[in-house]
Ligand binder design. Structure first.
Ligand code: 26W
Length: 836
């Protein structure tokens, strides 16, 4: 887009340039734009004002229209950087790119001065961010609610090849993308006791007196839609002490006690828990969950009351709908009941009717260890009234069940067993003394709709993990296959490819109507178009090669096949299997003569991802990657044909650099374990081919782009249990055995450190190699062989690459959000009038 011409017919660039300089002068006291960081601060604080204008206009309109609102409750929002997305979504790139040029700066460099807002671990958090972009772009009145962590996802460094975690101090130089709302604060209580009081009318009420209270301080983060006046909101809560400093304690010489309240309060929103599958089970985690849920619900109910008074709570479900992003905000079921019954004085059943109508739950994982269960004693101590409410909910639920199951399970013991299996409160199978609150069951019972995030996953959700519930409420269970925003993940991170697509399609309408990408299919085999397509990809490969040079100080062959696996490190995602195939490829190259090697398809393999700080096996996998990399990258026989690099500190911004440069991406989780995956969609959108298992959204990507274009391998989900039982009769592949001996023998050093890795997959006991690496090994090597064969035929490779982008229309988060809005939220667009 070229620079805008304002009303007076003159270019608005001079004003923009002036504004950038003024922001820098008056906010940072700097008289000239000398560094990219200067330019970033000046530009960001200048763009901020346009953003806030759009935000205010949108919310004035929504206040007037009073539409039904969506509230997306999530403990994580993995936003990444905002400058580029905000400038492009608001259509200001012409002005600012030209203004920055005049200031001797390049938008790309300036953008890199921004710290990522890394308020999430991985898939779940990034999905929430993509959803906010789509909700705004579709003019849906929708807000995100979450926590303003002072420290986000830890920064990952490599020390001698091992992961090192460093605090993510992202707020040091302020945050131009947030507005502190001193007028929006709510009290949040913890602990204490509950008493019964009889009110004047004789109604008995529960009165909770918390032992500790903190203030939830709101920060608004305007969310600009693409090519629409709509700018919605992400409201994040920061925890503040009621009294920030206890002067009396200080005067008594007890400095620690003087600061105690402050430390305890600030600890609540201090740091993101870095786990993306196993709950830490720490009390502070539950405190974080209740903190943002309590503040968010109070915020919504007070706004509702301001408009509709406190006598029409029956209207609430028609004005507010909540989406629980996994079980992390599930305490909302009990909190909404507390606010409606204890605070607003509604009868239990009426409140329950309203609560269940308002809430919906999305499940993102089938990993048993990832399903949160809080010990009753922890819940009762921290949230005594909520524990009572959960007990009453469960009492009502199990009684209803008992009646409902009477015909199907006449035998009382049978019925009792089923009811126990479906009880929200149940024994800890590993410690019978302990009772647990099953947050997933509470979410299912307390919600109108329950959905999985890809077709295969939603089937597993209803046929396995919640089957008993599905049999009773089949209509409650839905599928909503994930999506990603085509703005950030193609148009803005790969503008060269975006321009080529726009030229070929004759308009850029595809940016918010990705179904139009299908028209590229007719050009997939057109040599001229393929040529230009390949030129874009190789320019992006040069850029990634530059990054590898900066990180590892080595030149890579940009004619090689760029093979990428970037995602959180986890045994079920099988980065370990990828490394084993690279070791085999290395050994084959070693056995070849120099002439034979000339025939090999050279590869540059990149692996990136963080391991949860307490996840030992994942950390050993990272070390294996760096150890194998340092051996093969240094080997004179093979280094021209094979490289392996671990790129540290994988985050949203790094993904925006790597994905456009990728030619092959790996999504090789054991079938039935990856709920959906979303990086697979980002790669496909950027014309990167996939080698993957029949799992998550890989299946739907294959269906859309043509299964013949995907390198599919491996056992199917329905065979997993059988294969695990058959473990003892499994015969490993001789190539597998050889590699295991190599690792054990110290070929890559650190053999003691790698022993648990070998032991975890290399004995034939049932339960060993839980993620079936040995079972999929041979098929995986075959699939990698097919990749090499295909890559030799660049015309065929480029045809497939174009077919991937052409078939990615379905995987826009706009399609996903449209489906949520139609099938779950029942909310329509409410577009403000265009900016004057
Ligand atoms: C309590 C610790 C914890 C924290 C986060 C999670 C998330 C549910 C893990 C996650 O990010 N799941 C991923 O969600 C994506 C978005 O739906 C899916 O695409 C991925 O397949 C799924 O692993 C589980 C447990």
């Amino acid at each position: 887009k070229t620079a805008a011409i304002n009303k007076s017919g003159t270019s608005s660039v001079p004003a923009t340039t002036k504004d950038i300089e003024n922001k820098l002068r008056y906010l940072f006291g700097r008289n000239e734009v000398s560094t990219p960081n200067d330019a970033y601060q000046g530009t960001a604080w200048s763009v901020r004002e346009r953003l806030i204008d759009a935000f205010n206009k949108t919310h004035e309109h929504w206040k007037k229209e009073d539409p039904k609102f969506i509230y997306y409750l999530s403990a994580e929002f993995l936003m990444g950087r905002s400058l580029t997305n905000t400038v492009f979504n608001l259509g200001l790139q012409g002005d600012y790119a030209t203004a920055l040029k005049e200031l001797g700066q390049k938008m790309e460099q300036v953008a890199e001065a921004e710290r990522d807002a890394a308020l999430g671990n991985g898939g779940l958090g990034r999905l929430a961010a993509c959803f906010l972009d789509s909700m705004a772009t579709l003019d849906l009145p929708g807000w995100g609610y979450g926590i303003r962590y002072k420290y986000g996802m830890f920064k990952q460094a490599l020390k001698d090849g091992y992961q090192q975690e460093l605090p993510d101090i992202w707020l040091t130089s302020g945050n131009p993308w947030e507005v502190r709302r001193d007028d929006v604060r709510h009290m949040v209580g913890f602990g204490g006791r509950v008493e019964r009081r009889r009110e004047a009318g004789g109604r008995e009420v529960a009165v909770w007196t918390p032992a500790e209270q903190v203030i939830a301080q709101a920060y608004d983060n305007p969310i600009p839609g693409y090519s629409t006046p709509t700018t919605s909101n992400l409201r994040l809560w920061d925890a503040l002490p009621l009294s920030e400093f206890d002067l009396a304690a200080f005067n008594a010489g007890d400095y620690d006690r003087a600061m105690l309240a402050r430390e305890r309060a600030e600890a609540i929103s201090a740091v993101l828990y870095p786990n993306d599958s196993t709950p830490e089970g720490k009390e502070l985690r539950l405190k974080q969950q209740y903190f943002f849920v309590c503040a968010s619900l109070q915020d919504v109910l007070s706004r509702f009351k301001a408009t509709h008074g406190s006598a029409r709570w029956d209207l609430l479900p028609s004005k507010a709908v909540f989406q629980l992003n996994d079980t992390h905000p599930t305490i909302a079921v009990a909190e909404l009941m507390r606010l409606l019954v204890d605070v607003e004085g509604l009868e239990w059943d009426e409140a329950w009717g309203i609560t269940t109508k308002c809430l919906n739950y999305t499940n993102h994982t089938v990993m048993p260890e990832a399903l949160e269960k809080w010990p009753v004693k922890v819940m009762a101590k921290m949230l005594p009234r909520h524990m009572e409410i959960i007990e009453v909910i469960n009492e009502g639920w199990t009684q209803w069940l008992s009646a409902h199951l009477a015909s199907e399970l006449p035998a009382p013991e049978e019925r009792a067993k089923r009811i126990a299996a479906m009880s929200i409160i149940h024994e800890n199978p590993w410690n019978k003394e302990e009772m647990l609150v099953n947050m997933a069951y509470l979410a299912v019972v307390g919600s109108s709709a329950v959905n999985g995030v890809a077709a295969i996953h939603s089937n597993i959700v209803k046929d396995e993990i919640f089957n008993d519930f599905y049999k009773i409420f089949p209509s409650k269970f839905q599928n909503k296959t994930n999506g990603v925003t085509p703005r950030r993940w193609l148009a803005w991170c790969n503008p060269e490819l975006a321009d080529l697509i726009t030229q070929q399609l004759g308009s850029d309408a595809w940016i918010n109507d990705t179904e139009q990408l299908t028209a590229l299919r007719t050009h997939a085999s057109d040599p001229a178009f393929q040529q230009r397509w390949a030129a874009v990809k190789s320019a992006k490969k040069e850029r990634l090669a530059g990054l590898i040079k900066r990180v590892w100080g080595e030149e890579v062959n940009t004619a090689a096949l760029f093979d990428i696996q970037i995602k959180r490190i986890h045994e079920y995602k099988r980065q370990y299997l990828n490394v084993l195939s690279i070791i085999w490829r290395y050994k084959q190259l070693k056995r070849m003569s120099p002439q034979q090697r000339l025939q090999a398809v050279p590869r540059v393999c990149v692996i990136g991802g963080k391991a949860a700080s307490a996840y030992d096996m994942a950390k050993r996998i990272i070390r294996l990657v760096t150890a194998v990399g340092s051996v093969i990258n240094a080997d004179p026989d093979t280094r021209d044909y094979l490289r392996l690099y671990f790129l540290p500190d994988y985050n949203v911004s790094l993904a925006e650099t790597i994905i456009p440069a990728a030619e092959l991406s790996q999504h090789i989780s054991t079938a039935g374990t990856e709920a959906s995956g979303t990086s697979n969609m980002k790669f496909a959108l950027n014309g990167c081919l996939i080698i993957g298992t029949w799992d998550g959204a890989n299946i739907e990507i294959a269906e859309e782009t043509g299964v013949e274009n995907v390198f599919v391998f491996g056992v199917r989900a329905e065979d997993i249990n059988g294969l695990r039982k058959e473990r003892k009769n499994f015969k490993t592949d001789p190539r597998w055995d050889e590699i295991m001996r190599d690792i054990e023998g110290g070929m890559f050093g650190d053999k003691e450190y790698f022993k648990p890795l070998v032991d975890s997959v290399n004995n034939m006991k049932v339960g060993n190699d839980w993620f079936l690496l040995a079972n999929d090994f041979a098929a995986y090597l075959d699939a990698q062989q097919q990749v090499d064969e295909c890559y030799r035929d660049q015309a065929e490779w480029l045809r497939r690459s174009i077919m991937y982008t052409a078939g990615s229309g379905k995987f826009s988060s706009d399609r996903t959000i449209r489906q949520y809005a139609e099938d779950i939220w029942h909310v329509g667009p409410c577009r403000p009038p265009p900016a004057a």
